[in-house]
Design a protein around this ligand. Sequence first.
Ligand code: MN
Length: 129
Amino acid sequence: MDDSTTTILYVEDNPDNRMLVQRILMVEGYRVLQAESAARAREILQTQTPDLILMDINMPDIDGYSLTAEFKQLPQLKHTPIIALTANVMRGDRERTLEAGCDGYLQKPVDVDALPGQIEYFLSKRYNL
Ligand code: MN
């Protein structure tokens, strides 16, 4: 495995979303790690430190806000932006993602054409965290 390849962890319970985002990001040359649950995400983080985490907010076992807050406690992830992905459009959601410690916010459905640029933007911010 080439350690210089930018690695993105995508925490998402929906397999269709995982496939779609994985396909887009792989075309862009990223290595994508998929976690279908909080438990799987924690397991991956025991051996890997992703350059960026995409965090679904609505998941059955835990909400992405809580998981983000948990991950933000990990010194290992201090340079890893966590970007919330949510279909929630209610007022206040953006504030909640920021309160939880998310470094950014993307709305679902994912904009296939815009996603690569959005990811690049968030990655460029990681050294300023
Ligand atoms: Mn979900």
